[in-house]
Design a protein. Structure first.
Ligand SMILES: Nc1ncnc2c1ncn2[C@@H]1O[C@H](COP(=O)(O)OP(=O)(O)OP(=O)(O)O)[C@@H](O)[C@H]1O
Length: 594
């Protein structure tokens, strides 16, 4: 339960809503309890007046007695209606305060979790899958809200109403109170137990629903592969199996749900039978009046919902505590990538790796081994190597998505750790290997990296990335929507959009991670030449498999298994006749054949 204490700061923030809600609850309960007394009074009044009326039957005063009786009943009936309306009004206010408070906290908590997600390093996203991250911000926060809203509302209601009603009952008769309340604990415990079963089954349904959705989502996104390999029938069969499982689980839940209400009704009925039987005996003995029995039945009815809610609240609180525990786990995660000096300065562009080794924390794979190189401002460096040789890892370290295991990365002669991370990253342009574009217009995708990017800058970036003519051909030009709601770009167009996005901010340091792999060599040359122009006086790191991308760079390093095996210029490496020369000859031949 201590997990829920994280929410106390929010309860404190919205204390006025909570306090007002409690006051409204007390007032509404007052107007709920009072009508029972009026009913008793009315019933007793009816029996007494009826006796009098009968005695005076046929006499002159009989009709005036009847008029008085009628007026009395009307007044009492009116009183009950007024009280019910007043109660309804205050119940409305209770919801407007406590439920509103829970919605506000839900909003704050979602923001808190999302802000925390944004702060956490890449390694965190490697450890936790997307489904898990989504669940905590939606499903878990919703469960916590159930505690903050209905949980707190019905909990406090119970605490206020119970003493009020029991006091009223004891005032009438202690023994009758005892018998009337006897079945209620059984009711509460059974609701708790049944509710747990319902929750467990609902969770199973949720799981099988998520299996089903994953299956459908994969079938849609992988439709090309599915059709090409003629697996439609197989996909339908798997869908049927998952769907069947979902149906079975839903039916099991329906069964428990069907038991739930009869169980409640039976126990409430038992309470009422006991009240009437024992109450009836007491009326015969003259200990209480008819009105008292009616009053009691109303009290028992009043208590049944809170008692039912008790079992329900307990299970809401348990589920909320489990959910908050999961949320807290993420909120407690710390970002170990911190700036040591928060240096917020303009980067000139000198980059150095000094004996850098790096082991991926989650897999234990040593991706870089004693890598050293230096790039002066304005220079370009190409990193070339086979798959898995550690090229992208170098990009990750320059962006400080990870910290080195050994050795250091320096920018303008200062350790990378000294820089303010946001300020440093905002001066870098990065084109990742796996291009990601948002479901938004091309214009917004290009302008993604800044708030004050002008249309002219966007057009220039598109021209430099050799994308402008393509955009011009699209029916809606720069406003063309991409992604699910829009058009699908070709692999090369995607890469060039991603390049335009990186260069539009005029970065001091540009990192292209295999960013030209999907364009032909002519386009590659055009882009590289534009880049050489825009990156004048700035530093570029070009990661590639292809010698054609590397050959224009001022410096080239060749990586193999995390180690630098050759370095130099295009000419010096060709002259040396090593791995680079071999690659050069091979790729030149492939190009000539193509
Ligand atoms: N996030 C990660 N977690 C664990 N291991 C990783 C991670 N990323 C890469 N690796 C491993 O580190 C090694 C180097 O990977 P890296 O991505 O730097 O290679 P690369 O040279 O860029 O390859 P490619 O050209 O195929 O993209 C590989 O063995 C890879 O399996």
């Amino acid at each position: 339960m201590k997990e829920l204490s994280h929410l106390n700061k929010y309860l404190f923030k919205y204390k006025f809503l909570l306090i007002l809600g409690i006051i409204f609850l007390a007032v509404s309960n007052y107007f709920a309890v009072w009508p029972a007394r009026v009913v008793r009074y009315a019933l007793d009044y009816v029996t007494e007046s009826f006796g009098l009326y009968r005695a005076a039957d046929g006499s002159a005063i009989s009709s005036s007695l009847f008029d008085d009786f009628e007026t009395g009943i009307l007044i009492l009936g009116g009183l009950i209606i007024v009280m019910a309306l007043t109660r309804g009004f205050f119940l409305f206010l209770v919801r407007q305060t406590i439920i509103v408070m829970s919605r506000k906290i839900e909003f704050d908590l979602k923001n808190e979790v999302f802000d925390q997600y944004q702060k956490l390093p890449l390694s965190f996203y490697r450890k936790n899958n997307t489904g898990d991250l989504m669940n905590r911000i939606s499903e878990d926060v919703t469960r916590v809200r159930m505690y903050l809203g209905p949980g707190i509302m019905y909990g406090i209601n119970l605490l206020i109403l119970f003493p009020m009603v029991i006091y009223e009952m004891l005032r009438v008769n202690a023994e009758l109170t005892f018998y009337a309340l006897l079945p209620l604990p059984v009711l509460s415990v059974s609701i708790y137990l049944v509710n747990n079963i319902i929750n467990k089954r609902s969770e199973e349904i949720q799981e099988s629903l998520s299996d089903l959705s994953t299956h459908v989502q994969e079938a849609f996104s992988g439709i090309r592969v599915l059709k090409a390999f003629v697996r439609e029938m197989d996909s339908s069969r798997k869908f049927n199996i998952a769907s069947e499982e979902y149906k079975d689980k839903s039916l099991k839940l329906t069964f428990v749900n069907a038991l739930f209400f009869p169980l409640i009704m039976a126990l409430i009925g038992l309470s009422i039978i006991l009240t009437i039987y024992i109450g009836g005996n007491k009326v015969i003995k003259g200990e209480i009046t008819y009105g008292n029995i009616a009053e009691f039945v109303l009290y028992v009815n009043m208590l049944t919902w809170p008692v039912t809610a008790l079992g329900w609240i307990t299970s809401i609180i348990q589920r909320a505590a489990a959910s908050q525990k999961r949320i807290n786990q993420f909120l407690k995660e710390e970002n170990h990538i911190q700036s040591t000096e928060n240096l917020d300065v303009d980067i000139v562009g000198k980059l150095a790796f000094e004996n850098v080794s790096f082991v991926y924390p989650d897999s234990g794979i040593k991706a870089l081994d004693q890598v050293s190189f230096e790039v002066s401002p304005g220079e370009s460096i190409a990193i070339i190597g086979t798959t898995g040789s550690g090229k992208s890892t170098i990009a990750n370290l320059i962006l400080r998505l990870y910290d080195t295991t050994q050795g250091g990365v320096k920018i303008d002669g200062k350790p990378i750790e000294a820089y303010d991370i946001s300020s440093m990253r905002s001066q870098m342009g990065y084109v990742p290997q796996d291009v990601f574009l948002f479901s938004d217009s091309i214009e917004n995708n290009i302008a993604f990296g800044g708030d004050d990017i002008t249309k002219e800058q966007i057009i220039q970036a598109a021209k430099d990335a050799d994308l402008y003519d393509n955009i011009d051909d699209f029916p809606e030009g720069f406003q063309t929507m991409l992604g699910e709601r829009g058009i699908t770009l070709s692999g090369g167009q995607k890469q060039r959009t991603s390049i335009a996005r990186a260069i539009v901010k005029n970065p001091k340091l540009l990192i292209l991670d295999d960013a030209l792999s999907a364009v032909d060599t002519n386009t590659e040359n055009t882009i590289l030449k534009s880049l050489a122009r825009i990156m004048k006086g700035r530093t570029s790191v070009i990661i590639s498999h292809r010698v054609s991308s590397a050959k224009l760079a001022d410096k080239i390093i060749v990586l193999d298994d995390g180690k630098i095996i050759e370095q130099g210029t295009n000419e010096s490496l060709l002259a040396a006749g090593g791995v680079y020369k071999e690659l050069y000859d091979k790729q030149l031949k492939q190009e000539e054949e193509a």
